[in-house]
Design a protein around this ligand. Sequence first.
Ligand code: ZN
Ligand code: ZN
Length: 173
Amino acid sequence: MQVDVSQVKRSPGRRHQVELTGKPAEPLSWQGEVLVFTQPLAVNLTLESGKGGSIYAQGELRTALQTVCSRCLQPVEYPVVTEIEGKFYQEGKSPVDEEEEFPGQVYSGDTLQLDGLIRESIYLSLPMQFLCSEECRGLCPYCGSRADAGCNCEHEQVDPRFEVLKKLLKDKN
Ligand SMILES: [Zn+2]
Ligand SMILES: [Zn+2]
Protein backbone atom coordinates (compact mmCIF):
# COMPACT_ATOMS: atom_id res chain seq x y z
CA MET A 1 0.00 0.00 0.00
CA GLN A 2 1.33 3.43 -0.85
CA VAL A 3 0.29 7.05 -0.71
CA ASP A 4 1.17 10.03 -2.85
CA VAL A 5 2.47 12.92 -0.76
CA SER A 6 3.17 15.56 -3.41
CA GLN A 7 0.34 17.74 -2.02
CA VAL A 8 1.44 17.18 1.56
CA LYS A 9 5.00 18.24 0.77
CA ARG A 10 3.79 21.49 -0.78
CA SER A 11 2.06 22.63 2.38
CA PRO A 12 4.24 22.05 5.44
CA GLY A 13 2.43 22.19 8.75
CA ARG A 14 -0.97 21.51 7.22
CA ARG A 15 -2.70 18.26 7.97
CA HIS A 16 -3.94 16.10 5.15
CA GLN A 17 -6.50 13.41 5.68
CA VAL A 18 -6.35 10.35 3.44
CA GLU A 19 -8.36 7.17 3.35
CA LEU A 20 -6.75 4.17 1.77
CA THR A 21 -8.11 0.76 1.03
CA GLY A 22 -6.16 -2.05 -0.45
CA LYS A 23 -5.07 -5.60 -0.50
CA PRO A 24 -2.18 -6.46 1.78
CA ALA A 25 0.96 -7.56 -0.01
CA GLU A 26 1.37 -10.97 1.60
CA PRO A 27 0.14 -13.05 4.55
CA LEU A 28 1.90 -12.45 7.83
CA SER A 29 3.59 -15.07 9.88
CA TRP A 30 3.36 -14.90 13.64
CA GLN A 31 4.90 -17.34 16.12
CA GLY A 32 4.96 -20.08 13.54
CA GLU A 33 1.38 -19.51 12.37
CA VAL A 34 0.34 -18.02 9.07
CA LEU A 35 -2.08 -15.13 9.37
CA VAL A 36 -4.22 -14.76 6.28
CA PHE A 37 -5.99 -11.48 5.63
CA THR A 38 -9.73 -12.01 5.26
CA GLN A 39 -10.63 -8.34 4.89
CA PRO A 40 -9.03 -5.59 2.86
CA LEU A 41 -6.79 -3.15 4.67
CA ALA A 42 -8.50 0.11 5.51
CA VAL A 43 -6.17 2.87 6.61
CA ASN A 44 -7.19 6.33 7.75
CA LEU A 45 -4.18 8.58 7.83
CA THR A 46 -3.34 12.12 8.76
CA LEU A 47 -0.19 13.26 6.98
CA GLU A 48 1.85 16.27 7.87
CA SER A 49 5.04 17.48 6.30
CA GLY A 50 7.82 18.73 8.58
CA LYS A 51 11.48 19.68 8.52
CA GLY A 52 13.55 18.68 5.51
CA GLY A 53 10.69 16.98 3.73
CA SER A 54 10.01 14.56 6.56
CA ILE A 55 6.43 13.31 6.76
CA TYR A 56 4.62 12.36 9.93
CA ALA A 57 1.84 9.85 9.47
CA GLN A 58 -0.69 8.93 12.11
CA GLY A 59 -4.02 7.22 12.03
CA GLU A 60 -5.99 4.02 12.32
CA LEU A 61 -5.80 0.71 10.57
CA ARG A 62 -8.55 -1.89 10.21
CA THR A 63 -8.55 -5.35 8.77
CA ALA A 64 -9.16 -8.95 9.83
CA LEU A 65 -6.92 -11.97 9.98
CA GLN A 66 -7.60 -15.65 10.03
CA THR A 67 -5.52 -18.07 12.01
CA VAL A 68 -6.14 -20.99 14.38
CA CYS A 69 -7.02 -21.15 18.07
CA SER A 70 -3.87 -21.79 20.10
CA ARG A 71 -5.70 -24.34 22.24
CA CYS A 72 -8.08 -26.26 19.99
CA LEU A 73 -6.76 -25.44 16.49
CA GLN A 74 -10.17 -24.33 15.23
CA PRO A 75 -10.03 -21.49 12.69
CA VAL A 76 -10.28 -18.09 14.33
CA GLU A 77 -11.09 -14.78 12.70
CA TYR A 78 -9.28 -11.96 14.45
CA PRO A 79 -10.40 -8.38 13.77
CA VAL A 80 -7.60 -5.84 13.79
CA VAL A 81 -8.27 -2.23 14.77
CA THR A 82 -5.09 -0.46 15.71
CA GLU A 83 -3.20 2.79 15.76
CA ILE A 84 -0.66 3.42 13.08
CA GLU A 85 2.07 5.98 13.51
CA GLY A 86 5.40 6.66 11.90
CA LYS A 87 7.75 9.13 10.39
CA PHE A 88 9.18 9.09 6.88
CA TYR A 89 12.38 10.84 5.86
CA GLN A 90 13.17 11.90 2.36
CA GLU A 91 15.95 9.81 0.90
CA GLY A 92 19.36 11.34 1.63
CA LYS A 93 17.94 13.62 4.33
CA SER A 94 17.91 11.49 7.41
CA PRO A 95 17.47 13.37 10.66
CA VAL A 96 20.50 14.69 12.53
CA ASP A 97 19.23 17.01 15.23
CA GLU A 98 15.69 15.96 16.10
CA GLU A 99 14.90 13.71 18.98
CA GLU A 100 13.26 10.67 17.50
CA GLU A 101 10.00 9.52 18.95
CA PHE A 102 9.08 7.14 16.18
CA PRO A 103 10.99 4.66 14.12
CA GLY A 104 11.78 6.38 10.87
CA GLN A 105 11.46 5.05 7.37
CA VAL A 106 12.88 6.44 4.19
CA TYR A 107 10.87 7.48 1.17
CA SER A 108 11.90 8.72 -2.22
CA GLY A 109 10.08 10.92 -4.72
CA ASP A 110 6.48 11.66 -3.75
CA THR A 111 5.45 8.22 -2.58
CA LEU A 112 5.36 6.68 0.87
CA GLN A 113 5.50 2.89 0.96
CA LEU A 114 3.31 1.94 3.91
CA ASP A 115 3.68 -1.84 3.97
CA GLY A 116 6.49 -1.88 6.55
CA LEU A 117 4.66 0.44 8.91
CA ILE A 118 1.41 -1.48 8.45
CA ARG A 119 3.07 -4.81 9.22
CA GLU A 120 4.75 -3.37 12.30
CA SER A 121 1.50 -1.85 13.60
CA ILE A 122 -0.36 -5.12 13.12
CA TYR A 123 2.32 -7.14 14.90
CA LEU A 124 2.25 -4.73 17.84
CA SER A 125 -1.51 -5.16 18.16
CA LEU A 126 -1.57 -8.96 18.18
CA PRO A 127 -2.28 -10.94 21.35
CA MET A 128 0.14 -13.49 22.80
CA GLN A 129 -2.15 -16.23 21.61
CA PHE A 130 -5.30 -16.48 19.52
CA LEU A 131 -8.28 -18.13 21.18
CA CYS A 132 -11.64 -19.08 19.67
CA SER A 133 -13.07 -18.02 23.04
CA GLU A 134 -11.61 -17.18 26.45
CA GLU A 135 -13.24 -20.32 27.83
CA CYS A 136 -11.83 -22.62 25.18
CA ARG A 137 -10.75 -25.81 26.93
CA GLY A 138 -8.62 -27.03 24.08
CA LEU A 139 -8.49 -30.58 22.84
CA CYS A 140 -9.24 -33.74 24.79
CA PRO A 141 -5.82 -35.25 25.49
CA TYR A 142 -7.20 -38.74 24.80
CA CYS A 143 -9.25 -38.52 21.64
CA GLY A 144 -8.15 -35.17 20.22
CA SER A 145 -11.66 -33.80 19.73
CA ARG A 146 -12.60 -30.41 21.09
CA ALA A 147 -13.16 -30.60 24.83
CA ASP A 148 -15.87 -27.92 24.57
CA ALA A 149 -17.95 -29.97 22.21
CA GLY A 150 -17.85 -32.82 24.76
CA CYS A 151 -16.12 -35.86 23.36
CA ASN A 152 -17.56 -39.33 23.67
CA CYS A 153 -14.38 -41.15 24.44
CA GLU A 154 -14.15 -43.20 27.66
CA HIS A 155 -11.50 -41.00 29.16
CA GLU A 156 -13.71 -37.96 29.09
CA GLN A 157 -12.59 -35.27 31.53
CA VAL A 158 -10.56 -37.57 33.75
CA ASP A 159 -7.95 -35.89 35.85
CA PRO A 160 -4.63 -37.42 34.77
CA ARG A 161 -3.61 -37.75 38.43
CA PHE A 162 -6.53 -40.13 39.05
CA GLU A 163 -5.48 -42.11 36.04
CA VAL A 164 -2.10 -42.72 37.66
CA LEU A 165 -3.80 -43.81 40.91
CA LYS A 166 -6.15 -46.13 39.06
CA LYS A 167 -3.24 -47.73 37.30
CA LEU A 168 -1.39 -48.26 40.57
CA LEU A 169 -4.46 -49.91 42.12
CA LYS A 170 -4.92 -52.12 39.10
CA ASP A 171 -1.31 -53.26 39.17
CA LYS A 172 -1.69 -54.25 42.86
CA ASN A 173 -4.61 -56.56 42.18
ZN1 ZN B 1 -10.35 -22.95 20.85
ZN1 ZN C 1 -11.96 -37.47 24.41
